[in-house]
Design a protein around this ligand. Structure first.
Ligand code: C5P
Length: 380
C-alpha cells in the first residue's frame, strides 16, 4: 500500500503501534516510505504533543490499515492512549479505516456499533473481504487486495458527496426458486458486483437499501440490508421501497424460471419429473420501468459471447425503460460470474463505453462515477 500510494504521488508517513512493530520491522517502512517511522516505543514522551499535532496538521488523510477491533473501539470513543489513537483524535482531515480481523470479532455487536459511530462521525470504512483469514478459517474480515484499498483511499480523498440526500436501491446476488425444501433453480452469481455498487453509493453520501438474494458476502456497514430468497420476495421488497427511491441499480441476477410446483417433502431423486413444469419469474425491472417517474435506472445485462450481446442489451435497456445498461459477459472464457474482477460495456443512449478489466470493487466506483455524471442537473 505504501509503495502504491507513493507511486501515485503521495507523501506517506507511517505510524506503527507497538503490536505492529512485532509483526513488521519499522526499518522496512522507513525504507519504503523514505520517511521516519513513528512508533510508540521510540518516541520521547516529552515531544509527543508537538509531534502528533504537527503530523496531524501535515497530513490530508489518515488511514488505519489494517484496523483491529481495538483501534475501531478506541476511535469510536475518542480514547487516546497511544501514539496512533492520540493522532486520530488530533486529526481532522479525511479519516479512513480498513478493518481486518477474525469473523466473530467483525460480526460482534460492539464492532458493528463502533463502525456505525465511526460512519456517523465522518470516518470512511473500507469493507473487509470474505476469504481465508490469518487463523486459517474462512469468513468475513480479510484485508482486501492492496490495489483495492489504495483505489478506495484515493476515492475517499476526493470526498465526492454527490449523492448526499439521495436514496439508492441496489439489488444483488442470485435468487433461488425452490421446488422442495432443499432444491432450487438459481445461477452462480456471488453478489459481489451489487455489494460493491452499494458501497460505492454509500461512499458518495447516499442512503442505500441493499436487497440481496442468498450470498456468502458480509453485510456492508452503513447500508440498510434486506435479505430475500426468491424473485417474488425481491419484487415485493423493491415495491415496498419504490416510493423512496431516487436511483435504482438492478444488479441482481434474478433467476429466470421458477417451478410451478412446490413439494413440502424432499422429492425422490430418481424421478424424471423432479423439477416439474416451470414458468417465468416476474421481471422486476420491467415492472418498475414504466413507473420510473424522475428516477434514474441502471440495469445489468449478462450475455454469453457470440450472441448479439450489444444489440440484446440495447433492446433490454429500451424495453425495461433503463437509463443505463451495464453489459457483462458470462459463460465464456472471461465469465463475470464468480470472478473477483470483470470488464463491462456501459450503454446509455447511443453511447457505448468500455470499462477495462478491474476488481469489481474498483469497477463499481467507475460505474458510479458515470451514473453521477449522467444524473439530471449534474455538472458535465
Ligand atoms: O432480461 P435480463 O434478465 O437479461 O435483464 C437483466 C436485467 O433485468 C437486470 O438488471 C436484472 O436485475 C433485471 N431482471 C429483473 N427481473 C427478472 C430478470 C431480470 O429485474 N426476472
Amino acid at each position: 500500500m505504501v509503495s502504491r500510494l507513493r507511486k501515485r504521488g503521495a507523501s506517506v508517513t507511517v505510524v506503527m503501534t507497538e503490536a505492529a512493530t512485532k509483526l513488521v520491522a519499522p526499518m522496512s517502512f522507513r525504507t519504503i516510505s523514505d520517511s521516519p517511522v513513528h512508533t510508540q516505543m521510540f518516541e520521547e514522551p516529552r515531544r509527543w504533543n508537538v509531534e502528533h499535532i504537527a503530523l496531524a496538521e501535515w497530513a490530508d488523510a489518515m488511514v488505519v490499515a489494517p484496523a483491529t477491533g481495538n483501534i475501531l473501539a478506541k476511535a469510536a470513543n475518542g480514547i487516546a492512549d497511544d501514539y496512533l489513537s492520540t493522532l486520530l483524535l488530533a486529526f481532522d482531515g479525511t479519516k479512513i479505516v480498513a478493518p481486518a480481523m477474525n469473523t466473530r470479532m467483525w460480526e460482534n455487536p460492539a464492532t458493528r456499533r463502533n463502525c456505525h459511530t465511526l460512519l456517523e462521525d465522518g470516518f470512511a470504512i473500507i469493507e473487509p473481504d470474505v476469504g481465508r483469514l490469518a487463523s486459517g478459517a474462512e469468513g468475513a474480515g480479510r484485508f482486501p487486495d492492496p490495489s483495492v484499498v489504495v483505489e478506495e483511499i484515493s476515492s475517499h480523498m476526493h470526498r465526492d458527496r454527490s449523492l448526499e440526500g439521495k436514496t439508492v436501491l441496489v439489488t444483488a446476488g442470485p435468487t433461488r426458486e425452490h421446488f422442495d425444501p432443499v432444491r432450487f433453480v438459481s445461477n452462480p452469481s456471488t453478489g459481489l458486483m451489487g455489494y460493491s455498487m452499494a458501497m460505492a453509493a454509500r461512499e458518495r453520501g447516499a442512503r442505500v437499501h441493499l436487497i440481496s438474494g442468498p450470498t456468502s458476502l458480509a453485510e456492508p456497514r452503513g447500508v440498510h440490508m434486506v435479505r430475500v430468497t426468491s424473485a417474488e420476495e425481491m419484487k415485493d421488497a423493491c415495491e415496498g421501497l419504490w416510493d423512496r427511491v431516487d436511483i435504482l441499480l438492478m444488479t441482481a441476477a434474478v433467476a429466470d424460471a421458477r417451478p410451478l410446483r412446490y413439494s413440502e417433502n424432499k422429492g425422490k431423486k430418481n424421478r424424471d419429473d423432479l423439477l416439474g413444469p416451470v414458468e417465468a419469474t416476474p421481471d422486476i425491472l420491467a415492472n418498475l420501468g414504466p413507473r420510473k417517474g424522475e428516477r434514474f435506472i441502471v440495469g445489468f445485462a449478462a450475455e454469453t459471447p457470440g450472441d448479439d450481446a450489444l444489440e440484446n442489451a440495447r433492446g433490454k435497456m429500451q424495453s425495461k425503460n433503463a437509463d443505463m445498461m451495464v453489459l457483462n459477459e458470462v459463460g465464456g472464457e472471461h465469465s463475470a460470474f464468480g470472478a473477483d474482477d470483470n470488464r463491462v460495456l456501459l450503454l446509455s443512449g447511443d453511447n457505448c463505453e468500455e470499462l477495462p478489466r478491474e476488481h469489481k470493487r474498483i469497477l463499481a466506483r467507475g460505474i458510479m462515477d458515470r451514473v453521477v455524471k449522467a444524473l439530471p442537473g449534474a455538472k458535465k
